[in-house]
Design a protein around this ligand. Structure first.
Ligand code: SF4
Ligand code: SF4
Length: 108
């Protein structure tokens, strides 16, 4: 037991001294989503599979509305997008006072 105590006393801590130190996000961290509208064909599959209805696709206007505050980061939209038009970052959406909506539009 003494050996174990000494080992733990002199080894590097497993946790980070947050908030003074910020941990590096893992490559698998599910962060904010981005639509590549050059790839998107407005099929609306992402909208259909999204459990909290955080996505609205407007095929006529060739635009996508995404609500990061509704999103539960399940990534079902990414898994179901045949065009691979959706990607996610490893950074989480910053807290905000307003329920912001992000708009992605196809350039004409
Ligand atoms: S599933 Fe992909 S291609 Fe279809 S509307 Fe969504 S982002 Fe666009
Ligand atoms: S990650 Fe999940 S909750 Fe978020 S927009 Fe995609 S399907 Fe919807």
């Amino acid at each position: 037991m003494v050996k174990e105590v000494l080992k733990n006393l002199f080894s590097k801590p497993a946790t980070v001294n947050y908030p003074f130190e910020k941990p590096e996000p893992l490559p698998t961290t599910r962060g904010t989503l981005t639509w590549d509208m050059n790839r998107c064909d407005e099929c609306q599959d992402c909208e259909r599979v999204c459990p909290p209805m955080a996505i609205k696709v407007f095929p006529e206007e060739k635009k996508v509305e995404y609500s990061p505050f509704k999103c539960i980061y399940c990534l079902l939209c990414i898994d179901n997008c045949m065009q691979q038009a959706i990607t996610h970052a490893t950074i989480m959406a910053a807290p905000d006072y307003k329920k912001r909506v992000e708009l992605f539009e196809k350039k004409q």
